[in-house]
Design a protein around this ligand. Structure first.
Ligand SMILES: C[S@@+](CC[C@H](N)C(=O)[O-])C[C@H]1O[C@@H](n2cnc3c(N)ncnc32)[C@H](O)[C@@H]1O
Length: 247
């Protein structure tokens, strides 16, 4: 166990338990049906999943950008596919995300919004011109490609519905939430410290409409997500590193 892990364990005694026995890792269709009681059948959700998995136009464009910039093929994490299916099913008016980096999650949701012909994605990022501890420091690439803005991976034709804001979410998140009054989905993927995660969850929660979703990546890093859902008395769904609750 490294020093960082030991410090986390001391701060969050429940962390070892949640890491040793995390809630069951769900299939994407299962997670959607858990989060959205009115969701279509599992078979129909699989069709939506295939829609993005076999979307060669989208994948070719993103892959070309990624190979040119990072020198290897792009591979989307499974939880970003969950975001795609959720946006297709919910048809959200406003999604707010913190932590853009290259823009993989953003690209997925924007492709879904393009298909829906509806919705805006408001994304907030610092940006990560250098590695940021407890945010990008443990990623394969820990900083943006030189000269690139967050979200550089997003294809040009998806930018119509993209409202990208650069700065610290401690300042920009309250401002964005005030501006939109009500949002459908909040996604946290910025600074993964206990205090910052709780700050973002607590700030976003009152603005999420009833039936809307709060989603967070890297929920096994500390206890913030698990303490938050206990406080708001909700059951969560987990897909790999992402946790989600319905309001
Ligand atoms: C884990 S990466 C995001 C990965 C991205 N969601 C994806 O789909 O690949 C974390 C991002 O959070 C941003 N970040 C870190 N601290 C932040 C803060 N206080 N406010 C806004 N963004 C922050 C970093 O600049 C970085 O781009």
């Amino acid at each position: 166990m490294g020093l960082l892990d030991m410090a986390r364990m001391v701060r969050d005694p429940g962390l070892e338990r949640i890491r040793a026995r995390p809630p069951r890792n769900l299939a994407i269709e299962e997670a959607v049906r858990f989060l959205l009681p009115d969701a279509p059948s599992t078979g129909e959700l699989t069709v939506l999943l295939r829609e993005i998995q076999l979307d060669h136009t989208f994948h070719d464009e993103v892959n070309e950008r990624f190979v040119n910039m990072r020198g290897r093929r792009m591979s989307f994490e499974r939880w970003t596919e969950l975001l795609y299916v959720i946006v297709r099913v919910m048809r959200p008016r406003v999604v707010v995300l913190t932590g853009v980096f290259d823009g993989a999650a953003d690209a997925m949701m924007l492709r879904a919004m393009q298909r829906n012909a509806y919705g805006t994605l408001v994304s907030i990022d610092l940006p990560a011109v250098e590695a940021i501890s407890l945010s990008t420091s443990e990623m394969k690439d820990s900083s943006l490609p030189r000269g690139q803005k967050p979200g550089w991976l997003v294809p040009d034709d998806l930018r119509l519905r993209y409202d990208l804001r650069l700065g610290d979410s401690r300042e920009l998140l309250p401002a964005a939430l005030k501006e939109f009054l009500q949002i459908d989905i909040f996604v946290h993927d910025s600074l993964h410290t206990y205090d910052h995660q709780l700050f973002e969850y607590s700030m976003a929660w009152p603005s999420i409409r009833v039936g809307g979703l709060l989603m967070s990546d890297d929920v096994l890093w500390n206890m913030a997500f698990w303490h938050f859902i206990r406080k708001v008395k909700r059951e969560s769904a987990r897909v790999d590193t992402l946790g989600a609750v319905r309001k």
